[in-house]
Design a protein. Structure first.
Length: 205
């Protein structure tokens, strides 16, 4: 997993409430376990007509938001069924940060485990950033994880809170496998001792 420290990029406003995981990535795109190519299905029902053709009307299909790295979202973002493909699809599009007042727990945890930063702010601050993102002339935000700040182009900055453990995992680029591998020496020592005391567990016959 890549290390996350700071990102500057276009922020797309998606003010809808209760955007569920099926809206983020519909079920027909869940047949793969690959993390690439999923951007095609991202917000598919919102981006296409009844024939499945892209209408070009959804925010992420309009300039300058086609290059968005940040989403400013309405409350309860990522609710609905559990599917890891939801953060995968956002990341495949290029989204690295989501800012909202609240998230579904499973989506929140899945996102961090895949290296995406989810920030919780007050509804008032989210509304202010939604307005900044809605200004197509200058919708760029800077998110500084190390200093826990969001800087807007109007000179206003916002502090955000984040769990210390989740912050450290993002800064160091550690997913569950990476966290386990930090204990590699201890695991090897345990296995060496276990082979001496319980050799039958390691028998290949």
């Amino acid at each position: 997993m890549d290390k996350f420290k700071k990102v500057t990029g276009v922020a797309a406003p998606i003010p809808m409430v209760n955007v569920d995981t099926d809206k983020i990535i519909p079920k027909q795109f869940l047949k793969t376990i690959e993390r690439t190519g999923l951007a095609e299905g991202l917000f598919h029902e919102l981006r296409t007509d009844t024939d499945g053709k892209n209408t070009g009307e959804f925010i992420l299909d309009r300039e300058p938001y086609t290059a968005s790295k940040i989403i400013v979202a309405g409350p309860n973002f990522g609710c609905g069924s559990s599917r890891e493909h939801a953060p995968w699809a956002l990341q495949d599009f290029g989204i690295q940060v989501v800012i909202s007042s609240s998230y579904a727990d499973i989506f929140y945890n899945n996102s961090f485990k895949n290296g995406m930063l989810l920030i919780k702010l007050s509804p008032e601050h989210v509304d202010e950033l939604m307005a900044v993102a809605g200004d197509a002339e200058n919708p760029e935000l800077t998110v500084d994880l190390e200093n826990q700040k969001i800087n807007a182009p109007n000179g206003v900055s916002y502090d955000f809170e984040i769990d210390t453990f989740l912050k450290e995992c993002l800064l160091e680029g550690l997913d569950d496998i990476g966290l386990t591998m930090q204990k590699d020496t201890n695991i090897s020592e345990f296995e060496d001792k276990q082979q001496l005391t319980q050799p039958w567990l390691y028998s290949t016959t």
